[in-house]
Design a protein around this ligand. Sequence first.
Ligand code: NAD
Length: 274
Amino acid sequence: MMQPTLTLNDGKRIPQLGFGVWKLADEKAPEIVGLALEVGYRSIDTAAAYGNEAGVGRAIAASGIPREEIVVTTKLWNDAHGYDEALRAFDASLKRLRLDEVDLYLVHWPVPQQNAYVETWRALMRLREEGRARSIGVSNFTVAQLRRIIDETGSTPSVNQIELHPRFQQRELRAFHAQAGIVTEAWSPLGQGAALQDPVIQAIAGKHGRTPAQVVLRWHLDLGHVVIPKSETPARIRENADIFGFALDDDDRAAIAGLDALGGRIGPDPETFG
Ligand code: NAD
């Protein structure tokens, strides 16, 4: 499979297509992540909070794929904000994954009411200096929160992983990312499946002889996002990776741009969650 990649602001590369594992049971992770690796995914998105780092680590070990060919992302949970806490949480994640380093370590949520995310970010900067987190980034950060860590530490996250799908297009945040050199990573890229029911998406899929999921993922790729769709169904895992052999046209892109007005957030609001 052809694997387009993006270059992060630290010079490292990340595949545009990754495999998300939220809600995947730890016991099932070796089989499902193993299948994803077998069909060509080379980037896996887990988190301490998902409870499946151990299963993801087992799948990677069993795959026989050289470690340097797989991008592994994990995330620091909301109970581990603060400098020392973050360092400890990172060690615990590495141990569960049974890895010596991760490719991308993210602060999962800013939890502004704790007012600790700048100190947490300083811990991630240290982990990157030590080479144990090859790249570092954040998730669910607003423009103001991104500005604050950049201003106070001089270090710009490589990635902000945010809720992003056709009915919640986050234009202002994406524009800030582009200006600041932050890669946009889309979580719930399929709107947790809801985007696939949209008649506009379905019509575009029909026109190209593709599935709604493939159209939505292709739209993300064209906008320069990293996508991390999740599925436990083998046919869908394959379908979601088969997105490189067709192109959307300007009419398709304009029609999908128009869906933003219809929707909104599915997940929690980063200003209050945590
Ligand atoms: P998603 O948009 O990837 O949708 C997944 C759901 O869509 C599946 O459970 C299935 O019901 C359906 N689906 C998937 N492929 C399909 C197909 N080809 N045809 C029909 N239906 C299909 O939603 P998600 O799992 O919420 O997000 C993806 C990943 O993003 C997660 O697994 C996780 O890794 C990450 N994530 C991160 C955060 C965060 O706060 N950073 C939050 C949510 C999710």
